[in-house]
Design a protein around this ligand. Structure first.
Ligand code: AMP
Length: 423
């Protein structure tokens, strides 16, 4: 088979790395890919939102399966376009991807089908949003409706901060159209976890549990990022909670989406807040988490390709997943200054030494080639992923790789996986 993976971050490197192990696959293309991905796939210079270019390429190369990493092409309708052209593609169509593309759609579906989530209001008028904030008080959360590259959510500690967030979205239009409607919702306390499942719109096949680390600095301090590291399994998701999430979150959601006339097909990602055994959903995403994909795919024993095909062909019933009996920890190495501004083009040393370590995989995200050297080219640069018999030994393994790698002003958290050890 010929497979096309769309995207060029750490998540897509993990997908390519896993797909490359499938005996079913002869050739992998990745658009646009990155220098790490280029070792397992042929990278083609097509942007993820260039749907015409991607479709033309897939037709010309007679691609048997296309796997979409990021949310943007999904919300733009890549799946609809490929299916209309008779191509097999893994992911939700544009209507179903609204679950991630519109916070209002997501909250309304949750409310209608009884999925536990924070109480909320939806506003297109600034004054009404302000009145809601004044009525409910702080802390309170303001969310731009549309995609805002992970920056559209403000957890406000005061009413003034919440109103400033409303003004930034609605008056200053910092998120463009995406912020013309806002959701204001109740602040939830607890510990966050990620719950990811495959579904073909009927059958649900949950993956192992995982946990991301969004804040930039140790101890969950500093601004939120795309994710500074992740690990799996996550002990906060006990067997009881796992079963509860399938029953009270995934089943009603998948049934609800079908009832709404937009059956959900692909990876369904639930961002959870867990407090004293009680689960509420913060958001749904329409794709694998990045960096959660890195430890999850590192732990997955089953061939991924038949699972992706079964979803795309709505034949997921009876498919099972096998896992390596190991924990995995991914530490993100980022450019100094991320998530704000940072310098690019700095040469990265030690990659070869890190890659010699057993049970360690260095996934590339924001890297580029400059004069045949690998340099940083994005905020999140590498996802150094270690496997171990326990989370503790996987942490040690991942950091042994991190210590081998260096570049000027590199930044990483030193406490990834620490929450699992406290339990
Ligand atoms: P979201 O994109 O909706 O998941 O929001 C991004 C991040 O904001 C989440 O990972 C949480 O850390 C935080 N967040 C979102 N909604 C809430 C909420 N209702 N209460 C507390 N924190 C929240």
């Amino acid at each position: 088979m010929k497979v096309l993976v769309v995207g060029g971050g750490g998540r897509e490197h993990a997908l390519v790395w896993k797909i490359a192990q499938s005996p079913l696959v002869e050739k992998i293309y990745c658009a646009p890919g990155n220098p790490g991905i280029a070792r397992q796939a042929e990278c083609v210079d097509i942007k993820v939102d260039d749907l015409d270019g991607l479709l033309e390429f897939a037709k010309a190369q007679a691609i048997d399966l296309t796997v979409v990493g990021p949310e943007l092409p999904l919300t733009l309708g890549i799946v609809d376009r490929f299916r209309a052209a008779g191509l097999t593609i893994f992911g939700p169509d544009a209507k179903a991807a609204q679950l991630e593309g519109s916070k209002v759609f997501c909250k309304d579906v949750m409310a209608k089908y009884g999925v536990p989530t924070a109480a909320y209001g939806t506003f297109t008028e600034r004054e009404e949003a302000v009145a809601f904030i004044r009525k409910h008080g702080a802390p309170i959360v303001v969310k731009a409706d549309g995609l805002a590259a992970g920056k559209g959510v403000v957890v406000a500690q005061s009413e003034d901060e919440a109103i400033a967030a409303v003004d930034a979205a609605m008056l200053d239009k910092v998120f463009g159209e995406a912020g013309q409607t806002v959701v204001v919702e109740e602040f939830l306390e607890g510990e966050e976890a990620s719950f990811i499942a495959f579904t073909d719109g009927k059958t649900i096949l949950p993956l192992a549990s995982s946990q991301d680390h969004k804040p930039a600095f140790d101890g969950d301090q500093g601004p939120n990022t795309g994710g500074m590291g992740a690990y799996s399994p996550a002990p906060v998701v006990t067997d009881e909670i796992y079963a509860d999430v399938v029953k009270t979150v995934l089943e009603p959601l998948v049934e609800g989406m079908a009832a709404e006339g937009c059956p959900y097909n692909g990876v369904l990602y639930a961002g959870l807040m867990i407090k004293e055994g009680e689960v509420k959903v913060l958001e749904f995403n329409a794709r694998f988490g990045d960096p959660e994909a890195q430890p999850l795919l590192a732990r997955l024993k089953s061939d991924l390709v038949p699972v992706l095909l079964a979803c795309a062909k709505e034949e997921l019933a009876g498919v099972e997943l096998e896992w390596h009996d190991k924990a995995a920890v991914c530490v993100v190495m980022a450019s100094g200054g991320y998530p704000s501004s940072y310098e690019k083009g700095l040469p990265i040393s030690g990659l070869d030494d890190a890659e010699k370590i057993d049970d360690l995989i260095v996934f590339h995200a924001g890297t580029a080639l400059k004069d045949s050297a690998i340099v940083n080219s994005g905020g999140r640069v590498l996802g150094v992923t270690g496997l171990g018999d326990t989370v503790a030994s996987a942490i040690d393994k991942a950091y042994s790789g991190v210590k081998a790698i260096d570049w000027p002003r590199v930044h990483y958290r030193t406490d990834i996986g620490g929450k699992a050890l406290k339990r």
